[in-house]
Design a protein around this ligand. Structure first.
Ligand SMILES: *Cc1c(COP(=O)(O)O)cnc(C)c1O
Length: 225
């Protein structure tokens, strides 16, 4: 793989890490990327890799020996939960009681505790995954008692716009939902993480309170597959 390209990834990661506030975690959204690209990002300072697909993560994980954290950021199918529990340190995309119960069951089998985020469909888009904002608090309550899950915050994609500013109202709404759930002090729930913002919107998301941003294209270039 082209050396200049790999060093560009490293430099870009370092620049972004320098530009974001302390306390904001940059997740490298690594779908379709090769081990060398992901390693270059880690050399630049990436500590968390985000994956969308189980199959890809299964292929990549053995190739990456650096001590990084792995987050599931894609939609998780129930029949893939067993593998997901083995592969990931956090699942950012819990959006139903059934999925949470399955994750809990597989965690019990592996004697593992899984930190999770609730995925919010902040744009209420019919073709998108995530729980509707008005149902987020009750979902959090329902899964808060599952023994091997730890709800630690919420995540959203939000609608895609040509103009990143158009995403701001959705980030604002997700932030206030985050605060609302935090205030309700659900037993066992610790609202620490607000994961929102991608390549074109991460700055706005940070302004609106995000402390996890998930960036792919800006680090690795356009995706061709
Ligand atoms: C791909 C992806 C991102 C990153 O998107 P970019 O626009 O490439 O930065 C963030 N979050 C999720 C869930 C993704 O699938």
């Amino acid at each position: 793989m082209n050396k200049d390209y790999l060093s560009t990834i490293k430099t870009t990661v370092t620049e972004i890490l320098d530009s974001i506030p302390d306390g904001v975690t940059l997740v490298a959204a690594a779908k379709t990327r090769l081990p060398d690209e992901v390693k270059a990002a880690i050399t630049g300072g990436i500590k968390v890799i985000g994956y969308n697909y189980i199959q890809e993560a299964e292929r990549l994980r053995p190739a990456i020996n650096e001590p990084v954290q792995w987050h599931m950021i894609g939609h998780l199918q129930r029949n893939k939960v067993k593998k997901a529990v083995k592969l990931f340190d956090m699942i950012e995309t819990i959006d139903s009681v059934e999925l949470a119960q399955e994750v809990n069951k597989q965690c019990i089998a592996k004697d593992k505790i899984m930190p999770v985020l609730i995925e919010i469909n902040s744009g209420k888009e019919s073709n998108k995954t995530g729980v509707l904002p008005e149902k987020a608090e009750s979902l959090t309550k329902q899964i808060s008692s599952l023994s091997n899950l730890r709800v630690q915050g919420i995540m959203t994609m939000g609608p895609r716009f040509g103009n990143p500013e158009d995403a701001r109202p959705y980030f604002k709404k997700t932030r206030s939902l985050f605060e609302q759930i935090k205030k309700s002090k659900i037993h066992g729930v610790e609202m620490r993480y607000l994961s929102m913002g991608m390549s074109n919107t991460y700055k706005i998301a940070i302004e609106e309170g995000a402390n996890i941003v998930r960036i792919g294209t800006l680090l690795f270039g356009e995706r061709f597959s």
